[in-house]
Write a protein that binds this ligand. Structure first.
Ligand SMILES: NC(=O)c1ccc[n+]([C@@H]2O[C@H](COP(=O)([O-])OP(=O)(O)OC[C@H]3O[C@@H](n4cnc5c(N)ncnc54)[C@H](OP(=O)(O)O)[C@@H]3O)[C@@H](O)[C@H]2O)c1
Length: 206
């Protein structure tokens, strides 16, 4: 399958390398694809993936992965490139956590997944993977996650099937369909709990 990443940071590199290993064709969308840092420490590039402009990565992918950080930049990026996302599966692993003091969800109203769907209305958004660190996203059983169970939420049944197959390629043997995109908030709340635990552990260690 052709996969495009919006972003070329940590999550894109780890997930992209795993998808490339699984036999998918991967393009990473970077703001400055000609910069040396866009291709260094990038295992997927060594395996044949390419870095290109964000516009090209969005156009390339049948499945597009949202890999933008901070979350406050997501709306602008989606509004700029949403014309490239029509009908495409848009995998959303993002979190809207405010880390300025103890982590909290930045919006108390709608889930970020719902807002992503609103900002890219012609895409078929599927929320998943947002609540675990990138190194655990790939090859979960080797990382000790048993059972390897992951959740998806989204309004399009076929997009969730495509995403579930991709998750199985990463080693998630059981994929649970939580329902519509509004159920993203459940996964985002788990992401908040994980962030708080990690933050508290790091503070306790210092
Ligand atoms: N890292 C994790 O363990 C983890 C776990 C779960 C979920 N996530 C989610 O995954 C997403 C990506 O996280 P990450 O760790 O990969 O972040 P990251 O390493 O900081 O990478 C962020 C990427 O976003 C790009 N970016 C930022 N603002 C942009 C803009 N205005 N236009 C275009 N590109 C822009 C950056 O481009 P430049 O390189 O040009 O700055 C970079 O490629 C986030 O939503 C995060 O919540 C991450």
């Amino acid at each position: 399958m052709k996969m495009g990443f919006l972003g070329n940071g940590k999550l894109a590199r780890v997930l992209g390398a795993a998808f490339q290993r699984a036999g998918h064709e991967v393009r990473f969308g970077a703001r400055d694809p000609s910069s040396p840092s866009a291709t260094t420490d990038h295992p997927a590039i060594e395996a044949g993936a390419k870095v290109c402009a964000i516009d090209n990565a969005a156009a390339f992918g049948d499945v597009v992965v949202l890999a933008i950080n901070p979350w406050t930049e997501i709306e602008g990026v989606l509004r700029s490139f949403r014309h490239r996302l029509e009908g495409k599966v848009l995998v959303d692993p993002s979190n809207d956590i405010d880390f300025s003091s103890r982590p909290v969800l930045a919006s108390s109203e709608r889930s970020l997944g719902q807002r992503v769907q609103q900002w890219a209305p012609s895409a078929r958004v599927v929320k998943t993977l947002n609540f675990i660190p990138t190194n655990l996203m790939v090859d979960p059983t080797a990382q000790g996650i048993v059972p390897a169970m992951m959740w998806v939420a989204g309004d399009d049944a076929n997009a969730k099937r495509v995403t579930s197959d991709l998750l199985r390629d990463l080693g998630w043997s059981e994929v649970i369909d939580l329902g519509g995109i509004e159920r993203s908030r459940f996964q985002e709340s788990i992401g908040l709990i994980v962030s708080r635990v990690v933050t508290d552990l790091l503070r306790a260690a210092h």
